[in-house]
Write a protein that binds this ligand. Structure first.
Ligand code: CTP
Ligand code: CA
Length: 224
């Protein structure tokens, strides 16, 4: 399949894409997760491959099928995702579309927790490493272009702009994931692309149209 697209404008470029949710175990049969389907990240990987890029796709347990033109690295937890990302570098660009769990359960049990033995379970948490920030702040071997996402339910643009600065990524794709929008888990997206000195509102469109537009923009940026 890759040979079909091998001649596009991203020919010779390696691009890393993270996608999907992560699952953080509570015990062998239970986990903490989120509503990410992996649809937007998958569409981005496909769009980049269509432009000729060699794509490494690091994905948590997603609902949608994997992209066809990418090398797939499947992981479960945020910690595994960080290891997989570091193993996939170097890359010319990296797009962090995954909805990485912010915390893991430090009190995770090796055995299934049984009800009614010790009262209610009390979970304790620790924060996961920020994969995007780790890559964006690399001293050596940083991808030329690092793109993050900002999933927000309020003050979307303001929060996304400060996220871009805090993490040190070049661009951030802001989206409103409030329940009423139907974006998280849905087939459409409405985003604002925030670059260093320019902000673009993209009209609501299918996730594949948003992906195609982002892939085109990445291709132009790498050519500069
Ligand atoms: N991200 C990451 N590793 C994490 C958390 C987030 O790589 N441990 C990335 C996501 O893939 C996304 C960006 O950081 O590209 C922003 O994720 P988001 O959840 O919106 O931001 P957080 O910094 O986690 O802040 P919060 O959830 O509190 O809004
Ligand atoms: Ca988060």
């Amino acid at each position: 399949i890759r040979a079909m697209f091998a001649d596009g404008p991203l020919k010779g470029r390696h691009i890393l894409v993270t996608s999907g949710p992560t699952h953080e175990p509570i015990d062998p049969v239970r986990y903490i997760a989120n509503r990410s389907s992996g649809a937007q990240g998958t569409a981005i990987a496909d769009a980049l491959a269509r432009l000729g890029a060699r794509v490494t796709f690091v994905t948590g347990p997603a609902e949608v099928a994997n992209p066809t033109g990418a090398q797939i690295v499947s992981v479960t937890t945020a910690s595994e995702m960080l290891d997989a990302v570091q193993g996939a570098l170097p890359a010319d660009a990296a797009v962090f579309a995954a909805a990485v769990a912010d915390w893991h359960v430090t009190s995770a049990s090796d055995q299934k927790i049984k009800k009614g033995t010790d009262g209610l379970p009390h979970l304790t948490f620790a924060e996961n490493d920020d994969i995007l920030a780790t890559v964006a702040q690399m001293k050596a071997g940083r991808p030329d272009l690092v793109v993050g996402f900002a999933a927000e339910t309020q003050n979307v643009i303001e929060n996304a702009k400060s996220k871009r600065l805090r993490k040190g990524c070049d661009w951030i794709v802001a989206n409103d994931v409030s329940p009423g929008t139907g974006i998280m888990g849905g087939s459409e997206n409405a985003v604002t692309l925030i670059c260093e000195d320019d902000t673009e509102d993209w009209p609501r469109a299918s996730k594949s149209d948003v992906a195609a537009r982002l892939a085109q923009k990445i291709s132009e940026a790498l050519d500069k």
